[in-house]
Design a protein around this ligand. Structure first.
Ligand SMILES: Cc1ncc(COP(=O)(O)O)c(C=O)c1O
Length: 442
């Protein structure tokens, strides 16, 4: 099979509109420059079902796509299930994850819009690495604000990003107002603060903030994953009954699941799409569907999302990329309409499954991807109990070869299960901005 020539836009097939974003408020009278190139704004609003991928992006995709789809037979044996489990592996590129699928597209459009430098906030480091790689492809400078605790746990992420020409700043930093407000270099940081720092830095000339996961155009770019998987399953005479992905901002889950949801929304097929999140950061399973800021600065436009509140600082878990307070407005709307499902898991059970997967399948999953694999075991057991044998498709969004501190802590027994408390969630939700009444923010 070859690389897809188009991205799938589910907005064309939904019988409802996404709630509109509400404009950013500026602090102390500062004006906030629009960040996103027109080409991406158009994609965000497009109702065209198939959006053509530019030749310059396809050429780059060919370096690592199509990605492999494999049947996890040895893992099925370990689990003792009769459900066929397939996995789509996105770890085989320089950045080590699915993030490069949209980073390449975004860098391409920013470059065409005349931008010279991109700033990004990154949790686990995969998004930063992906944008660093994409910037080096298209001749852009890149500044990465990386959550300090992740950077300390994964120093080689910094090395890769610097090899690719990026400047890497531990967040919170003293470089920006949001970083200074968050407590500078004694604070372990969070993705919301790192994003706020990158956003603040992007007010410099010829610089733009490049958002990672949650934007609808980022999910659109990621649909190459599900489009390929659909075709690869068809080649072996299968289709998926259950599709599972880990959820941070929502991009790998969306990228895998949206092309299967096309069957659900257009043909009324029953494909069960399940997202898996950490019990430490349970935005879908315990959050609220409300307008909130996409980072901790309180300056970004408001989006209607499932959120734990932009002030929520998730307890430490090793899947840094899942420690995001909210999830994509598109995914949130699908969840609100019960078109998709969500599970929350503790990290020790997740790592136990991940080690079994590594030993049986010969691939070491990223901690984030391990949540999806564990979700597959829950779904397989559930199906066995009800006497069904669905074909399960799981997104292995990245490799874990730079996450050895996480695996080590599981092996030496120091890993603990952190769960968000009701008190933490309530306290953060108390800081939600006023909700719009008749189209206004109160
Ligand atoms: C390997 C991997 N999987 C999943 C995620 C979660 O992000 P998203 O929900 O946008 O896919 C991340 C985020 O850093 C990641 O690095």
């Amino acid at each position: 099979m070859s690389v897809p020539e188009y991205w799938y836009n589910i907005l064309a097939d939904l019988d409802f509109e996404l709630p509109p974003d509400l404009p950013a408020r500026s602090r102390e009278g500062s004006s906030i420059r629009p960040q996103v190139p027109l080409a991406l704004v158009r994609q965000e609003m497009s109702r065209e079902r198939r959006v053509a991928i530019p030749a310059g992006v396809i050429e780059r995709y060919r370096q690592w796509r199509p990605t492999p789809l494999r049947r996890a037979r040895a893992f099925e044996d370990w689990l003792g299930t009769r459900c066929p489990i397939f996995y789509k592996y996105e770890g085989g590129n320089l950045s080590g994850s699915h993030k490069l699928n949209t980073a390449v597209a975004q860098a391409y459009y920013y470059r065409r819009a005349g931008v010279r430098r991109l700033t990004v906030g990154t949790g686990a480091g995969q998004w930063g690495t992906a944008v660093a790689a994409a910037c080096s492809m298209f001749g852009l400078d890149c500044t990465v604000y990386m959550v300090r605790s992740s950077l300390l746990a994964k120093p080689y992420r910094k090395t890769i990003m610097e090899m690719l020409g990026a400047t890497v700043v531990p967040s919170p930093s003293g470089h920006t107002d949001p970083g200074r407000r968050a407590g500078g270099d004694t604070n372990p940081g969070s993705l919301a603060v790192a994003l706020a720092e990158a956003f603040a830095d992007a007010q410099e000339p010829e610089t733009r903030f490049c958002t990672g996961s949650g934007e609808t155009y980022a999910l659109l770019h990621q649909t190459v994953i599900g489009l390929e998987a659909r075709e690869q399953l068809a080649e072996v005479g299968c289709s998926a009954d259950v599709v599972i992905g880990a959820i941070g901002g929502g991009s790998n889950f969306g990228g895998l699941a949206l092309p299967f949801l096309e069957f659900v929304v257009r043909d009324d097929d029953r494909v069960r799409c399940v997202s898996v999140e950490p019990a430490a950061c349970p935005k879908l399973t315990r959050g609220t569907y409300a307008y909130d800021f996409t980072d901790a600065s309180g300056l970004t436009p408001l989006q209607k999302m499932y959120t734990l509140g932009h002030r929520f600082v998730p307890p430490e878990v090793h899947a840094g990329g899942l420690r995001y307070h909210a999830t994509a407005k598109l995914i949130s709307a699908l969840y609100d309409r019960k078109l998709i499902y969500a599970l929350a898991c503790g990290q020790r059970e997740v790592f136990a499954t991940s080690l079994a997967f590594a030993k049986s399948e010969g691939i070491l999953p990223a901690p984030e991807s391990a949540y999806a694999i564990h979700g597959a075991t829950i779904e397989a057991r559930r199906a066995e109990r009800s006497g069904s044998r669905p074909v399960i498709l799981v997104g292995v969004s990245g490799h874990g070869l730079l996450d050895m501190a996480a695996y080590e802590s599981y092996m030496d027994g120091t890993m603990v299960d952190a769960e968000a408390t009701d008190h933490q969630i309530e306290a953060a939700l108390a800081h939600l901005p006023g909700q719009p009444v008749l189209g206004r923010v109160t």
